[in-house]
Write a protein that binds this ligand. Structure first.
Ligand code: AMP
Ligand code: MG
Length: 332
């Protein structure tokens, strides 16, 4: 009989925060209170931890995650804040506002967390527990709401446990989240636009901007379960090299994205081959997906042959992403 994996729960103390930091550093998943809702935190630079996070939530797609940082200076290390974004940050951080900005070239956040996009969503939370955790951890923490995909966002440690007990490592119990609504998301890539209404009222943002926020198309509204559709994300990541999905063999000169063992026929004739996971481990495969695609794309092969990936667990999200990357796209 295998033991149920256990989730530790600790009421917030200095020791509990230190324990949560140790857990994050070891690649663990830690739920913690923010002023909006409880977040499910992982080290934003650790692709494997992020793959576990998607798995724990049961998300059918790799929606980009919000990176939480301690202050605006730390945000500027990850993303480029133009004067408008910097002004919103100055007025509303710490607080329930997320800004979507271009990624810095040196941004250490794992590509899996930003779904391979050239943009990154950033927030400086106001809740003291979240702030203490970020200060002690000393790096960015990605934290989607700590619920199973399709369920409502949790505002207490009990809500988190009823959804995720046994699927995550640690819960920091800091009482109910005061705002109880997700953060407001503003796209600062173009004309500032409201991507998701949330805890910070639109009017407060417009007062600072001195003009109305642009409207994003209704279908482009980012919510947890209905993220911006791929075609609507202007910077949606796709390799330049065409993808040949469900390939049972590699053709001479192609690049090969393998999964499991044995390698398919013709792999010795491939221009280059990378295995998502030779042991067929879905979490390892998800963690490697974006970096492997990018490395194979750089080879300049006529195509990337992709071996079939089982549709189980994270396989659903991996296949969703591969299908999107393989879809023909209009030239820009
Ligand atoms: P949650 O995971 O519940 O915290 O929700 C995060 C939301 O932020 C998702 O709906 C994402 O679509 C949105 N988001 C995160 N990063 C980006 C980005 N780079 N561009 C647009 N939306 C983003
Ligand atoms: Mg959510």
């Amino acid at each position: 009989m295998t033991a149920e994996p256990s989730t530790r729960v600790m009421t917030v103390t200095t020791e509990a925060v230190a324990e949560a930091v140790r857990c994050l550093m070891a690649g663990g998943l830690v739920a913690f209170p923010t002023e909006t809702v409880y977040g499910l935190g992982a080290d934003a630079t650790n692709a494997r931890a992020i793959a576990r996070l998607y798995d724990a939530k049961g998300r059918p797609a790799f929606n980009p995650l919000i990176a939480h940082v301690h202050d605006a200076a730390a945000a500027c290390d990850l993303g480029k804040l133009d004067p408008v974004a910097a002004r919103l940050a100055e007025v509303f951080w710490p607080g329930p506002l997320t800004l979507v900005v271009p990624r810095q070239p040196s941004c250490p956040v794992a590509e899996l967390a930003t779904a391979g996009l050239a943009t990154i969503a950033l927030r400086v939370p106001a809740h003291t527990v979240a702030r203490d955790l970020l200060a002690a951890f000393g790096g960015p923490i990605v934290a989607p709401s700590a619920n199973r995909s399709g369920h409502v966002s949790p505002t207490t440690a009990q809500h988190v446990l009823s959804d995720l007990r046994g699927r995550i490592d640690f819960v920091l119990d800091g009482g109910p989240s005061p705002v109880g609504l997700e953060s407001t998301i503003v796209d600062c890539i173009r004309e500032p636009a409201l991507l998701r209404p949330g805890g910070l009222p639109r009017a407060d943002i417009e007062r600072v901007l001195g003009h109305p926020l642009a409207d994003s198309p209704p279908s482009a509204e980012a919510t947890d379960e209905a993220p911006i559709a791929p075609g609507q994300l202007a910077s949606h990541y796709s390799p330049r090299t065409p993808l040949r999905l469900n390939a049972s063999s590699a053709r001479a000169g192609e690049a090969l994205l393998a999964f499991g063992e044995p390698l398919p026929l013709g792999s010795d004739r491939a221009l280059g081959a990378l295995n998502l996971s030779s042991g067929a481990d879905m979490i390892e495969a998800a963690a490697n997906l974006f970096s492997h695609l990018r490395a194979l794309d750089a080879l300049g092969a006529p195509a990337i042959a992709v071996m079939p990936i089982p549709h189980t667990g994270l396989g659903e999200a991996i296949n969703d992403r591969l299908r999107r990357a393989a879809a023909p796209r209009p030239d820009v």
